[in-house]
Design a protein around this ligand. Structure first.
Ligand code: NAP
Length: 267
């Protein structure tokens, strides 16, 4: 029986994947905030193979606690899906003093991917699917101000975390060449819960676009299921079912190492 860990597995695409893998007979660990939403995913036939870990992944300490819990409870993890999402249009500082989106969309993912290396190492065909839309510019990271205390915009913050998540694949592949590490975004907008704190224009825009052009979460994640069920070792990027080129910058290895040093220093 495979063990599949899904952050943001209580809603949207994460929940669609949780439902699929519970139905397929796998063990599924859901990390999210709402136990009620987790309970709603279960049936009497699947509940025994499901585990819920309540966490706020915009907290560095909570992310580390979840990883410790997973390490203690699971010798092997076959697949990790990183799909927790809470879109903030404005800069928000957490009680820990960090910028919330940088932690939720990058630091917590770094903590999961690096902290679970031994669990991936014990799997025959380990795979990480990181739902960070690939294709951000190579120079999208502001190494002098990773938490964007100045010049924060939604667009800059979004591009930076997407680029950082592509570079995280370099660290993951270095640690385990057998690991498949995929940055993945849907082919088009998905009618999910759009969890977030955004202005009216973005809220209405997402709702209207979602209604007109949006895919259902269970349809959107079909390519992800294909990736998880037949993983190819190494880094890759996808939009929907289509492979996309990885962004190659002039200093990718150095940039990946700089990111790791910054997170490990708590910057
Ligand atoms: N929807 C789209 O069109 C679209 C487009 C491009 C990329 N993506 C990416 O695809 C992924 C999934 O998106 P989605 O739209 O399907 O998600 P969604 O429906 O908005 O669901 C978000 C999930 O993240 C969890 N979550 C939110 N804040 C959290 C926190 N602080 N700590 C832990 N968990 C938290 C939620 O948990 P609770 O429900 O328990 O609160 C929920 O399970 C995200 O990475 C998103 O950026 C989505």
């Amino acid at each position: 029986m495979r063990t599949i860990v899904i952050t943001g597995g209580t809603d949207g695409m994460g929940a669609a994947l949780a439902r699929h893998y519970l139905g397929a007979g796998d063990r599924v660990v859901v990390v999210g905030r709402s136990r009620a939403k987790f309970d709603a995913l279960l049936t009497s036939a699947t509940a025994a193979r499901a585990e819920f870990i309540a966490a706020d992944l915009s907290s560095v300490a909570d992310g580390r606690r979840v990883v410790e819990h997973l390490r203690a409870g699971h010798e092997r993890i076959d697949a990790l899906v990183l799909a927790a999402s809470f879109v903030r249009q404005r800069r928000h500082v957490t009680a820990e003093g960090h910028e919330a989106s940088w932690v939720l969309f990058f630091v917590s993912k770094f903590v999961f991917v690096t902290g679970l290396a031994a669990q991936f190492g014990a799997a025959e065909r380990p795979v990480v699917v990181n739902t960070a839309v690939p294709g951000a510019r190579a120079d999208a990271i502001d190494f002098d101000d990773l938490e964007m205390s100045e010049k924060f915009t939604f667009a800059r913050s979004n591009a930076q975390q997407r680029r950082a998540n592509e570079l995280l694949g370099i660290l993951a592949a270095e640690a385990n060449p057998d690991l498949a590490y995929v940055t993945w975004g849907p082919a088009r907008i998905v009618r999910s819960s759009f969890a977030g704190d955004v202005g009216t224009a973005m809220k209405v825009g997402a709702a209207v676009l979602g209604k007109l052009l949006g895919q259902r979460p269970d349809a959107a994640v079909r390519p992800v299921i294909g990736i998880i069920d037949a993983p190819s070792p190494g880094r890759a990027a996808f939009r929907g079912a289509k492979r996309r080129p990885l962004t190659i910058g002039a200093h990718d290895d150095k940039d990946a190492a700089r990111l790791a040093a910054a997170v490990e220093d708590g910057r």
